[in-house]
Design a binder for this molecule. Structure first.
Ligand SMILES: Nc1ncnc2c1ncn2[C@@H]1O[C@H](COP(=O)(O)OP(=O)(O)OP(=O)(O)O)[C@@H](O)[C@H]1O
Length: 490
């Protein structure tokens, strides 16, 4: 109502000024001056009336409300999340309404405030937070927080106080964070509010860099790289580069690529977004998924060679083998993620809309990948995970059997040089088969497996050699036949 009246007054004055400007041309100078004085006096009175009205409004309605909805249009509102954490953490000792929950794997009952309205104080100024106020104008079931404070503290609350709330909320979130493992939902299941692009569960893989068996120097290099990346926000800003890094993990199956990703997440305390490319319909969907990942997270595309073919176009079905592809024919419409879509995903304009992101691609066939995809700058560090070396074996023996040395180590060392066995297979052999750890029998079982693998490789090599010789002989025989026929014809 009040706004309408002001609008009417405003338009009346505008009309008056316009009419005067038009009439001015037809009036004598003296009359024009008097008219101008009259208009100025009216405007002064008008601003006096306006000030008076403002005072009356603030007298009868002295409080300001700010609403923080859970979703800001299509996007989740990060301020809401930080506020939710901050408000949830406001002292539980004074609260009269508490909520008790026993979270999976937690030892104690967790008590949190269950008030819908609670107060806070900042620099001696009192404010109130209300969750889901009934006065919410939002028509959907979205949650929102409302902040209420006296208008005389407007600058303090909208400035330093809100900065403090967001900063504290984010810090608490980081401290209490249970790492999450996200996987993308097929777009047919996305709601119009972009709420469920990703599904998540608690990430509970205990892999660490201590438990990964690999060359210690390489391991140290990776750890140092991760540390300097995670602390490098300012440095990246100074360089004018988006704060992100790409790692390409390659090597045969069972050499620890997935284990490495888990160790990275545990080391940095980052969430993992496991992107299943085969369910992404096109580049637009890919971009939407990217924008809904949080900062300080690891975005993983496993077996990238199975999702993109050598020319860079996405494979139908994306399965690892030809047989699987034939079993899982995929609708033609779904195969539209392109190499350029992936390249944009990693380092296009949109990739910079979150910070502290790590992209990890894994592959069993690094040579099959398009060089554009893995060039430095996109995949900054190429990490080869390979067959078990003697160093790696010693780490596994320490982890699995608490063994630092043993008479059988030497023999195992020689066998590992002569044959290729993945750390996954070595680990499997070192796993005690009985409840009581018996290192001797575990090591002997590993030696047996290594000898068998060696024999197998030897007979395979011999077979291949024989086939090759047969082929060569066949070729020679055929060539001599052709030669004879040619001579005969001549
Ligand atoms: N380097 C390693 N250090 C410690 N354990 C390992 C290592 N490599 C493999 N393992 C063990 O083998 C199992 C399988 O390894 P992982 O899944 O990480 O291999 P991968 O290279 O990702 O295989 P794939 O290519 O088939 O996905 C792990 O659970 C882990 O216990």
């Amino acid at each position: 109502m009040m706004i309408d009246s002001w609008a009417q007054i405003g338009s009346t004055i505008a009309g008056l000024v316009f009419t005067l400007a038009t009439l001015q041309q037809f009036f004598p100078h003296q009359l024009r001056v008097s008219l101008q004085q009259f208009v100025l006096a009216s405007l002064q009175q008008f601003s006096f009336v306006q000030k008076l009205c403002d005072k009356l409004v603030s007298f009868f309605k002295p409080y300001i409300q700010i609403t923080f909805p859970e979703y800001s249009g299509y996007w989740s509102n990060q301020a809401f999340t930080a506020i939710e954490t901050y408000v949830g953490a406001l002292s539980t000792t004074k609260a009269s309404l508490l909520k008790g929950s026993l979270i999976k794997n937690s030892k104690a009952l967790l008590l949190t405030r269950d008030d819908h309205k609670l107060s806070d104080e900042f620099d001696g100024v009192k404010v109130w937070w209300i969750l889901d106020p009934s006065s919410s104008t939002s028509s959907s079931e979205d949650k929102c927080f409302q902040l209420i404070f006296h208008r005389q503290h407007r600058d303090l609350i909208t400035g330093p106080y809100l900065d403090h709330v967001l900063e504290q909320g984010k810090a608490i979130e980081a401290r209490n964070k249970q790492r999450r493992l996200y996987t993308n939902n097929p777009s047919d299941n996305w709601s119009s509010y972009k709420k469920n692009l990703w599904s998540d569960i608690a990430f509970e893989n205990p892999a660490t860099f201590q438990t990964i068996a690999m060359d210690p120097k390489k391991k140290e290099e990776i750890i140092n790289d991760l540390v300097s990346f995670s602390k490098g926000k300012e440095y990246y800003m100074k360089l004018g580069k988006p704060w992100k890094r790409g790692y390409l993990l390659y090597g045969p199956p069972g050499t620890g690529k997935s284990t490495m990703i888990a160790a990275m997440a545990n080391f940095l305390n980052y969430d993992i977004y496991d992107l299943e490319l085969t369910t992404v319909k096109n580049n637009t969907e890919l971009r939407k998924l990217l924008t809904e990942t949080s900062s300080k997270s690891i975005i993983v595309i496993e077996d990238i060679d199975c999702s993109l073919d050598v020319t860079g176009e996405r494979k139908k079905g994306g399965s690892k083998t030809k047989e699987k592809d034939e079993k899982n024919p995929v609708n033609e419409n779904t195969s539209k993620v392109t190499l350029s879509g992936i390249l944009n995903f990693i380092d296009g304009t949109w990739s910079a809309c979150g910070t502290g992101r790590i992209f990890v691609f894994t592959t069993n066939h690094v040579n099959k990948l398009d060089p554009a995809l893995i060039r430095r700058g996109r995949m900054d560090m190429h990490i080869e995970l390979s067959y078990c070396s003697f160093e790696a074996f010693k780490m596994l023996a320490k982890n699995y059997l608490d063994l630092h040395s043993h008479d059988l180590f030497e023999k195992i060392g020689i066998l590992l040089k002569e044959t290729e066995m993945t750390p996954a297979d070595v680990a499997e052999n070192l796993m005690p088969k009985r409840e009581k750890k018996d290192p001797d029998s575990c090591l002997e079982s590993l030696i047996q497996a290594l000898e068998e693998a060696k024999e197998k490789a030897k007979s395979k090599a011999e077979k291949e050699k024989t086939t090759k010789i047969k082929k060569e002989r066949g070729k020679k025989f055929y060539a001599s036949l052709i030669k004879k026929r040619w001579l005969f014809q001549a």
